[in-house]
Ligand binder design. Structure first.
Ligand code: MV4
Length: 450
């Protein structure tokens, strides 16, 4: 096992990793920008290294600075958290070239899943059900029109390198195709430097269901059920829960086994998430994330496992501490993302926290790097905390969420807390009757959010 690891991240996820390391008797090294000298992750880590000025490009994304911080401190392994360098195959390669260990999947697996066409080809080959569509890339508008006729409209054109909803265009009819195709291509080129696109049948009212997988890199892999992350705004998740309110035990077992077998087959190592659209009882693979996700705590809540601890274990060559047989779901968990954003437009709201009080009690977890007097810097994302609740069933989790939100105090900046108070009054949220469009529709109707 490692004696010392470095966390190449900030905020709540850096704390999350430091906590797991400390429980394992591993010394933690924080890295930080000059804007984060007073940040909680720096205070909580055993050691810290300043790696550059405020801009992410020159600090949390600066590979030479992070490698240098490892060499200075003697850290043997790097946990990337989420975002930043967490899905950067080149970073993994450089880490390995320096005789260090990346706490995460191999560069090859990151590369495969980072290109959505390759990811889909690979998953299809492994027996994972995919959205019907083009067989690989679509080079010309003529090809696109032919495929549109074959699979039937509406279709969606996606940039293979796309992400965050960029490089994705729906063609409702054949008349839309040329414009949608050219726009998706142009967005792929300008945002990701890659104009390759592919085409899928457009599913009109699916849920976003993702399966948590975990592998040991030696041919063993398990699944830890699903999360329903359908409540999103502009491709940013807002509210996540596990188990999914629409998923039956037999559906979970079936798709879970397909995913676990696929990961065992490729010797996947560490945590991963296989994303599906779910409509009319069918799962359709769309993409895979080769990292620990923001919403991993809901899965931890219902399975009672520490996913970061497991990531560190397998990265050091140890086995996972569980098998599929001893992973049993207990109750229900919900996470809400607390962002420093002003409603109704969700505009970022950095500034000084004049009062902070975290909720507590049975089944309540607050993952946050906030403290009284902390100043949220304007340079990074607006996530300032995640409130995760666990209950014996969904109604208990919902009641607990409402109670915990009532205890939570974040003063000095605007936050998304009022949004959750309002959502918990909605029948569809209380019954779990929502899809990927529900929240945007609700925001338009209730807040006039464009
Ligand atoms: C789709 C889709 C409908 N049909 N693919 C959005 C981002 C990217 N991860 C995939 N996305 C979608 N792909 C097909 N074939 C609808 C979306 C989509 C979406 C997916 C998940 C959660 C929220 C969403 C909001 C709008 C569109």
């Amino acid at each position: 096992m490692f004696k010392k690891i470095l966390i190449a991240n900030r905020g709540e996820i850096a704390l999350r990793v430091i906590r797991a390391a400390r429980e394992m008797g591993i010394v933690s090294v924080a890295v930080h920008s000059t804007a984060d000298s007073d940040a909680m992750h720096v205070r909580m880590a055993d050691e810290s290294v300043c790696i550059g000025p405020p801009s992410s490009q020159q600090s949390y994304l600066s590979i030479p600075s992070i490698i240098a911080a490892c060499e200075i401190t003697g850290a043997e392994a790097i946990h990337p958290g989420y975002g930043f360098l967490s899905e950067n195959a080149g970073f993994v390669q450089i880490i390995e070239d320096h005789g260090l260990t990346f706490i995460g999947p191999t560069a090859a697996h990151i590369r495969i899943m980072g290109d959505k066409i390759t990811a889909k080809d690979t998953m299809k080959e492994l027996g994972v059900p995919c959205v019907p569509g083009s067989d690989g890339g679509v080079p010309t508008v003529e090809d696109a029109k032919r495929i549109g006729e074959e699979i039937g409209y509406p279709v969606i054109i996606k940039a293979t390198a796309g992400g965050g909803g960029k490089g994705m265009k729906v063609a409702q009819t054949a008349a839309d195709m040329e414009r949608a195709f050219m726009t998706a291509r142009a967005e792929g080129k300008s945002n990701f430097g890659n104009d390759e696109v592919y085409i899928e049948k457009y599913l009109t009212t699916p849920r976003h269901i993702e399966i948590q997988v975990f592998g040991d890199g030696k041919g063993r892999a398990v699944h830890l059920g699903e999360r329903d992350c359908s409540l999103q705004r502009r491709h940013q998740k807002v509210f996540e829960e596990a188990p999914g309110p629409s998923i039956t035990e037999s559906e979970r077992a079936r798709i879970g086994k397909v995913c676990a077998d696929a990961m065992a087959n490729i010797n996947y190592i560490g945590a991963g998430t296989i994303e599906f659209l779910y409509e009319n009882g069918e799962f359709y693979f769309i993409e895979m994330n080769t990292r620990l996700q923001v919403e991993h705590p809901v899965t931890e809540g219902i399975f009672g496992v520490d996913l970061v601890r497991e990531q560190i274990r397998v990265a050091s060559g140890m086995d996972m501490s569980f098998t599929q047989e001893n992973l049993k779901i207990n109750g229900h968990a919900i996470e809400v993302r607390i962002n420093a954003e002003k409603l109704p437009n969700f505009s970022p709201c950095p500034g000084k926290i004049t009062q902070y009080h975290a909720p507590g009690g049975l089944g309540v977890r607050m993952d946050s790097a906030l403290y009284d007097g902390y100043s949220i810097p304007p340079y990074y994302d607006s996530l300032i905390g995640k409130l995760i609740v666990h209950g014996r069933d969904r109604p208990e989790a919902l009641a607990r969420l409402k109670r915990a939100l009532g205890e939570l105090i974040v003063d000095g900046v605007d936050t998304t807390i009022p949004l959750f108070h309002a959502l918990l009054e909605e029948k569809d949220v209380l019954t779990g009757d929502y899809n990927i469009h529900w929240l945007e529709h609700w925001l338009e109707t209730n807040l006039g959010d464009a």
